[in-house]
Design a protein around this ligand. Sequence first.
Ligand code: GLC
Length: 747
Amino acid sequence: MIASALLRKWSVVPRLFFLLCLVSGSAAARPPAGTASDPEIENKISSLLARMTLAEKLGQLQQLDGTWDGDVRPEQMELARQGLLGSAICVRGAKRTTELQRVAMTESKMKIPILFSFDVIHGYRTIFPVPLGEAASWDPSVVERADCIAAAEASAAGVRWTFAPMVDIARDPRWGRIVEGSGEDQFLGAAMAAAAVRGFQGTNYSRPDKMVACAKHWVAYGAAEGGRDYNTTEVSERTLREIYFPPFKAAVDAGVGTVMSAFNDLDGIPCTANSFILTDVLRREWHFHGLVISDWNAVKELIAQGVAANGEAAAARAMTAGVDVEMVSQFYHEYGEQLVSEGKIPMATIDRSVRRVLRVKYRLGLFEHPYADEGLEKATLLSPANLAAARELAARTFVLLKNDHETLPISRQLKSIAVIGPLADDAQSMIGPWSGDGRKEDAVTLLAGIHAELPTAKIIHARGCDVTGDSRAGFELAINAARESDFTILAVGESADMSGEAASRSSLDLPGQQLELIQAIHATGKPYVVVLMNGRPLSIGWVATNSPAILETWFAGTQGGYAIADTLFGDVNPGGKLPVTFPRSVGQVPVYYNHKNTGRPPGGDSKDASRYIDIPWTPLYPFGYGLSYTQFRLSHLELSATHIHRDGTIIIGVDVENTGDRAGDEVVQLYLHDLVASVTRPVKALKGFERVSLRPGESRHVEFTLGPGDLGIYNQAMQFAVEPGTFKVMVGTSSEAGLESSFEVGP
Ligand code: GLC
């Protein structure tokens, strides 16, 4: 069903590729990664373990970094020759990986292949929208398809392990890494996490065009105090289990082969030394059989965090807690033999971790096929099908925030267009942070996209200002360009390096003089649209109030310029929805839709309520919000029952109709509120969504089935249970409002 449903949406070539991606994972199915392996592999591992020295075992638990541009470091050749390099990060390219691999496979004693890894977060060379943008599509197939292509490109380049999906829930947009995940909601995040694992791994990652994925950063890294990266986190077990765990559980259930421990300390115990999350939850509760790798130097950082006095202690704490592989720091290598000889670490612990590493390598088929192929690499990277997919998928991630007086779509009859703003021709920012092996020279900027869309029109480009800084020296040129043109496209927001790791901001305002530039263009009285390019929600109050049209495009990837032009001129009708709340002010943070009611709920007339005295307590744009060039109507909300047993299920149905004159997509969203429970509950929680494509006048019936897994909560005893009571249902096209009903859950 999913294949046919998807195929209606896409043009021919990418469809065929997607079908290939979809099918490729199903062949020769083996137990999904992460579950108990098959005996044949386990026996081979046992045989290897019996012949390995302790030094060779510790070598399998060591990951070392190549150079940032993908070269092997000289010392790694010797380590490979001695069989002491289990995996490498950043080394990439069929030629370079093969050179190092050949040393390991022909000159070392055990001839165990090296596993090459890299951060293939939203594409390898063909770059797709950043994950926050992909989540804005509210279409898991966008993520699955993008990551399927990413896996094909990366594996052709010799990379078979990606450190993605990043599935951290983020409720604080000051945190730069909000760009890498799927936003603030665990239900949407879980759907995207599972889709990413399917895309990267298929159901059998031994296929040469697949790779093993990594759910990161385990766990609650997005709860960093102050939104300041790497900062401490204090999260209750109930909030962990209800908000931060679900996307990881979805990834594990989807068969993710690896997990990465996070930098942050969680309630005083760094994740990299935290046996509750690494062993009790991951291994004992969830039966995860894959491998856990630390984050970069995170084992070493246990010293700075004050839970290890030295490298030996840090290695011991991480090994004992459940970290199998050490990334970049080398304490396992340096102290492992001493820890075993002193009886501080049992050999069984080492063997268990080595087994997990070898299991992944066997699953990948690396022993049989250790080498990449340069011809395949050349044919796969940036292929026309991949680029066509990148263009199509990018357009599904855009969110139309405002469109007064049908400012958009822009008419092709216009004779002159001004393209203004510091991001209009910024190719590097178009591919966003964590852009893998993506190259800015491959990227299509917005300016290039507009030229391609209107080859004969007069296009005037003016930067106006930089992304940051106080200079308004370019304003006059920009204002003149707007005055001389029929329409202005303003490209503003953040540069790519203002998002991602170590890129927290204390403000959510448009940086530099960009707001002033928009105001200057606004003052000309000419029609314009604000195109946002950014990696986090922005507090764009003045723009939201005064500008006629706003299109959120995130960082749209290698084909972003074409995709934005396709949307601005109406070839594509935007159908995305916000995966994260846009605050009015950074002072509201954290602000998210699934908040608690409190004893003094805001929104009433009382001043003694949970609110601010200087701004409305509501967000600028709510979670799930997004407009279209057409209009939709929901009707006929129906529940299959008014009462169900706590073990029962209920079907919730609604009709959605395209009441406008243009085909478009709508995202039907189901929210639930457990009105009275043994612990406080959010005023609403997303429990279902479906993006539907409708022609003008077309109507579709959408249904959601809810069961105990959707109704249950972690009660006072921290047990997951469905409690009797009334559940309020809301079905809408954003989290803000919709059709309402309710049902009872009996004892
Ligand atoms: C970084 C990031 C992590 C990434 C790793 C390897 O510091 O925290 O997400 O996968 O190091 O680059």
